[in-house]
Design a protein around this ligand. Structure first.
Ligand code: H2U
Ligand code: ZN
Length: 348
């Protein structure tokens, strides 16, 4: 029996993470009695003397930031991962005598990237030239850290609602000598797909989505931003190049320039959606180092928590924590809402 994806409860399969999500489109008409507050005004100064990420200021670790003029990277003063030299082969295999109490050593590095010297901007408000400088630095960091570590996670937490500690536009990089859960799953699914079809999972998926067009939010000759068929978060986005690229440092000039434009437009749509500086966690997934890379197709995930307004968010609780993710708004409806917004003007 064919399912009507627009009116009947159903489950969708996430081919990238090998997980299912429940979609309940028939609940969209349900009355809403949750609270609504007005958005908080953003009156940040261009430079905040108390901000540890502004140029020339002292950080918590005691070091002083240089007077940087574009993007700036430094070692996290409170790094979650430490690198105290190579782990001896014997200790890597070591674990408790019980298989139920396993542990493994981990070695890594954590860095912070200030996207701009301006305290009062966000990536969305920056020029494509300055977003391009962030993309170039992301690539250079991935290239450098991939020599040392198996996995390099580039990410941004934006907004207090996502636990971001400072409104100064910034992101982070964590690099480590292990493959964490999410990339390990994507490594498996992409390898299996590539073995079976001889093409990357995401090149086929992006092509299929471009044919259908109903979940596309932004697209140009190099990049496509879409609400994936299997999205869990209301306005989740998958951003991927049309052709397979293994990681950020492998992008050519055309792909890099186009990425700056597509990201700017996407983030401005996000800000326009609920007339607020849109919170999210985003990050890049590319090929892990020192292993076959043909099956890997670079992509970014954007996971924004907001559902109905600047203050009404989706919570992953109850059924989601105990059984599986669920959504009412369909990915197609979310994509249409984002796509139909006028995008505030692009800066050169
Ligand atoms: P968020 O992306 O969650 O806001 O984290 C900012 C990071 O910046 C956080 O990991 C680091 C924190 O350790 N940081 C410094 O390294 N030095 C500072 O002086 C302030 C914040
Ligand atoms: Zn600042």
């Amino acid at each position: 029996m064919a399912i009507d994806l627009y009116s009947q409860p159903h489950r969708r399969y996430n081919a990238l993470s090998d997980e299912w999500v429940q979609v309940s489109p028939h609940r969209n008409q349900r009355p809403w009695q949750g609270h609504l507050d007005s958005p908080v005004a953003d009156d940040r100064p261009a430079h905040d003397p108390a901000c540890s990420l502004c140029p020339g200021n002292e950080r918590a670790g005691g070091q002083r930031n240089p007077d940087f003029e574009q993007v700036f990277v430094f070692d996290n003063d409170f790094a979650a991962l430490l690198d105290e030299g190579p782990i001896e082969a014997t200790s890597a295999a070591e674990s408790d005598e019980s298989p139920l109490l396993q542990s493994a050593p981990v070695r890594g590095a954590c860095r912070v990237i200030c996207f701009s010297p301006r305290h009062d901007l966000t990536l969305a408000q920056m020029s494509t030239k300055d977003i391009g400088a962030v993309i170039d630095l992301w690539g250079a960091q991935v290239e450098e850290l991939s020599q040392l570590y198996r996995w390099v996670q580039v990410f941004e937490n934006k907004g207090a609602i996502m636990g971001c500690s400072n409104p100064h536009p910034h992101g982070q990089i964590w690099a480590l000598d292990a493959l964490p859960n999410e990339p390990a799953r994507e490594d498996r699914t992409q390898a299996a797909y590539y073995d079976e079809h001889g093409s990357t999972l995401l090149s086929d998926y992006v092509e299929l989505e471009c044919d259908r067009a109903e979940r596309i939010v932004e697209a140009d000759e190099h990049w496509v931003a879409l609400v994936p068929f299997w999205a869990v978060w209301p306005f989740e986005i998958l951003l991927a190049p049309r052709v397979p690229v293994d990681h950020l440092h492998s992008l050519d000039d055309g792909q890099r320039q186009s990425l700056a434009h597509v990201m700017q437009r996407l983030l401005r749509r996000y800000d326009a959606l609920f007339a607020t500086s849109f919170p999210y966690s985003m990050g890049w997934h590319g090929a892990p180092s020192a292993q076959p890379r043909d099956h890997w197709h670079l992509h970014a995930h954007f996971y924004p928590p907001l559902l109905r307004s600047a203050s009404v968010r989706k919570f992953m609780v109850g059924y989601e924590l105990l059984a599986e993710a669920q959504r009412d708004l369909t990915p197609e409806q979310a994509a249409a809402r984002l796509r139909e917004l006028p995008v505030p003007g692009e800066n050169p």
